[in-house]
Design a protein around this ligand. Structure first.
Ligand SMILES: Nc1ncnc2c1ncn2[C@@H]1O[C@H](COP(=O)(O)OP(=O)(O)OP(=O)(O)O)[C@@H](O)[C@H]1O
Ligand SMILES: [Mg+2]
Length: 443
């Protein structure tokens, strides 16, 4: 049989008995302590804390009852067994009061002793097991409690962090909103200012183009005026020589009315052109007609400077929607830039055969009308190509340019859903290309 895993203290003063029981007990339990009287027994108990104490009653120095009484005061769990001789029954009541677990009558049979120890050992081991489990449970509970505490602490910390983060986020969002609002207000203000400026600039540029036109207009009006005065001269002459037939007079007067009409047309044109047209007129505009009208206004001056203008206009109808006077203003701006470029080139070039040439081409590609103004003037350096549409960008001196022509032209073309771009090689050519959506003819 495997030894029981308990410790036993055996107290007996008689040497022989002690030796016999020691042998028996040693075989059945793992740990055995021996004492020879109550005092030694008490000391051994205090030193080793055995699970079970088996003791004789009558012993010198300190008897068994006194010993177990002391021990029971210190330890309510330890198992106590009294060995008593026949005739010692009077102690039983005291023993029971003390809390002794069991009695054995001497002489004790080996079997009885073994089975009692076995029985008590079962209880001790079960109790130990329960205690162990209880201890484990308490440790586990404690660990769980600590874990919970830690978790709670972390949750609390994290909650605080999150609250802080959320607060910061809300603050940041509010800041952003405010910033956005400010920005929006500023953009709106800026846009309003820009719009006002743009209107002023368009008007200003129109007036500048008017300067460009003045000479052309004078020339245009001069022609019909010349016709008128010649017609009147002729009539006067005929009247003086009284050879003026009614038919002759009629035809002369008709042609004079035509001259007057021409002058009226020119004056009307200039009046419409110079009016501040804030509201976009959405008319059908024949692009080729606007090109011709623009040229008719400036061709004389350009001839005076030997600037050749060649036209390659599309055969199809090039009709777009918009304001014809604004488109004309753009064309005049581009022609004025082209003229300046060829005049500059002619000043700089060594080439005696240089011809100042402006070519105007219009053609249709899918649903877009394309108009190109090409000149063989000084061209534009690569560094400037990206800036020429910027307001106030100019390479000309103060008298020759304000730097507004192209930026205003850009605004006008964009307003009419078109596009304007540039292509140039310095000292060779410049092409300003305008794309306008073709108007879908109304049925
Ligand atoms: N056909 C061209 N050839 C060479 N350079 C050009 C041509 N068209 C425009 N540029 C360049 O673009 C600049 C800007 O042109 P823009 O018409 O906007 O202003 P500007 O002609 O200088 O002055 P403004 O037209 O206001 O009198 C010009 O100064 C010039 O440097
Ligand atoms: Mg210009």
């Amino acid at each position: 049989m495997e030894k029981l895993d308990i410790s036993v203290l055996f107290v007996e003063d008689e040497d022989l008995l002690r030796a016999i029981y020691e042998r028996i007990l040693d075989k059945i339990v793992k740990q055995l302590y021996i004492a020879e009287n109550g005092k030694e027994g008490l000391e051994a108990y205090r030193e080793h804390r055995p699970d079970l104490i088996i003791t004789d009653i009558m012993m010198p120095v300190m008897d068994g009852l006194e010993m177990v009484e002391n021990i029971r005061k210190e330890d309510s769990d330890v198992r106590l067994v009294i060995l008593s001789a026949y005739g010692e029954a009077e102690y039983f009541m005291d023993a029971i009061k003390i809390g002794v677990n069991s009695f054995l009558l001497k002489p004790v049979e080996t079997k009885k002793l073994t089975s009692l120890v076995q029985e008590l050992a079962n209880g001790i081991l079960l109790e130990r097991k329960v205690k162990d489990e209880e201890k484990q449970r308490r440790i586990a509970e404690e660990n769980l409690r600590k874990l919970n505490q830690e978790l709670e602490k972390r949750v609390e910390e994290r909650t605080l962090d999150l609250q802080h983060e959320i607060k910061e986020k809300i603050q940041a969002e509010n800041d952003l909103k405010e910033l956005n609002q400010n920005l929006e207000n500023r953009v709106n203000e800026e846009l309003k200012k820009r719009e006002q400026q743009q209107r002023l600039l368009i008007q200003k540029s129109k007036l500048e183009s008017m300067g460009e036109l003045a000479a052309g207009i004078a020339h245009e009006i001069n022609q019909p005026l010349g016709g008128l005065s010649m017609g009147l001269d002729n009539i006067l002459f005929k009247m003086n020589t009284s050879r003026a037939s009614e038919e002759y007079l009629k035809s002369k007067i008709e042609s004079m009315f035509e001259d007057i009409d021409r002058i009226r047309q020119i004056i009307n044109h200039v009046r419409v052109f110079s009016r501040d047209q804030q509201n976009l007129v959405d008319d059908e505009v024949d692009i080729n007609e606007v090109i011709r009208a623009s040229i008719s206004l400036i061709s004389k001056q350009y001839q005076n400077h030997s600037v050749e203008i060649s036209l390659k206009l599309c055969d199809e109808e090039c009709i777009t929607r918009g304001n014809r006077y604004r488109i004309e203003q753009v064309f005049l701006n581009l022609l004025s830039n082209a003229k300046f470029a060829v005049l500059e080139k002619s000043k700089l070039t060594q080439d005696v055969g240089y011809t100042k040439l402006i070519e105007i081409t219009s053609y249709v590609n899918q649903s877009v009308a394309i108009i190109e103004f090409k000149d063989n003037g000084i061209g534009i350096s690569e560094a400037h190509l990206n800036n020429i549409f910027d307001p106030f960008f100019t390479t000309k001196d103060v008298e020759s340019g304000t730097g507004l022509g192209l930026s205003i032209s850009y605004g006008i073309i964009k307003e009419m859903k078109g596009d304007i771009s540039v292509e140039s090689i310095e000292n060779e050519y410049t092409i300003l290309r305008i794309k306008m959506p073709l108007s879908v003819p109304k049925k």
